[in-house]
Design a protein around this ligand. Structure first.
Ligand code: MG
Length: 284
């Protein structure tokens, strides 16, 4: 995979993705490349095949189309982002009932990433309780330590997707986990969508751990317990110019990965506009 330029614009895409779960890795990667980008993050649906044949097909597709996959991003069976309570009950490492199977799936995702030549893994671990004596806090912190150690053996970083908790809580959690390969995938829109606080001060707090970012936009929740609404890049409350300026200020040089969580032609149209916006903002 090619060396990236500083702040190279990329796209978050999924196994299946806009083309549906039946699409082959070759079709998906070809579709991503046709947007005009050369790097991205690969999200794994909870039911995506991660076995040897799938590894080979993905490896071939990204080599054939010369796409640099920066991060593999597992999601898990049974997750739903309907509202705050549903996210708390279903997303990431937090739900006790699925914790063990998701830990196993995370290791399989790390092995899959290694097989296709990707040195970063990232995921939403879910809402971490603020009370550090809460049994779920302790269980998830210990699980993140084990996941970090597993990823380290595969030569990988493990990044936490931001958004569900305020920056200060995230920073304390990272310090408590205390693993050298633990990182952050900073998503400014999630901070807004979940009502977790202004993104830029949070970015300042966790800047030493930022490995990758999502360029996504959104508006604040209208009522307690609800989530805000995702918006096309530049049309929400993040302030993409301020966000990119802040990334430059903290010395971030990684890719600018566009995340647009809708599907179909509307997604492609929004991503194309987002690429144009970021190509302008990334200039020195
Ligand atoms: Mg994100």
């Amino acid at each position: 995979m090619a060396q990236l330029q500083p702040l190279q614009v990329g796209v978050m895409f999924w196994t299946g993705g806009e083309l549906g779960v039946e699409a082959s890795p070759d079709q998906i990667v070809s579709s991503v490349k046709s947007l005009g980008v050369s790097c991205g993050q690969l999200g794994l649906h909870g039911t995506a095949d991660l076995g040897p044949a799938a590894q080979e097909a993905w490896k071939e597709a990204i080599a054939e189309h010369n796409l640099t996959v920066v991060t593999v991003f597992p999601a898990y069976k049974g997750e739903s982002y309907a509202d705050v309570e549903t996210v708390q009950k279903t997303v990431g490492f937090m739900p006790p009932a699925t914790r063990q199977e998701r830990e196993k799936r995370t290791y399989e995702s790390s092995d899959f990433a290694k097989a296709i030549g990707v040195s970063g893994l990232a995921t939403h671990i879910g809402y971490v309780p603020e009370d550090t004596s809460d049994p779920d806090y302790v269980a998830v912190r210990d699980m993140v330590r084990r996941v970090c150690d597993y990823c380290a053996k595969n030569g990988q970083t493990f990044a936490l997707e931001t958004g569900q908790e305020p920056g200060a809580v995230l920073k304390e959690f990272i310090e408590d986990v205390d693993r050298p390969n633990l990182r952050v995938n900073f998503d400014p829109a999630n901070m807004i969508l979940y009502g977790s606080g202004e993104p830029l001060p949070a970015l300042e707090l966790v800047k030493d751990w930022v490995e990758t970012v999502h360029c996504k936009d959104g508006t604040w929740p209208k009522a307690k317990g609800t989530l805000g609404s995702e918006a096309p890049l530049g049309k929400g409350d993040v302030g993409m110019d301020r966000f990119v300026a802040k990334l430059k200020q903290i010395g971030y040089n990684g890719p600018l990965t566009i995340e647009r969580e809708i599907v179909g032609e509307a997604q492609r149209a929004d991503i194309k506009e987002a690429i144009a916006l970021l190509e302008r903002l990334r200039q020195p």
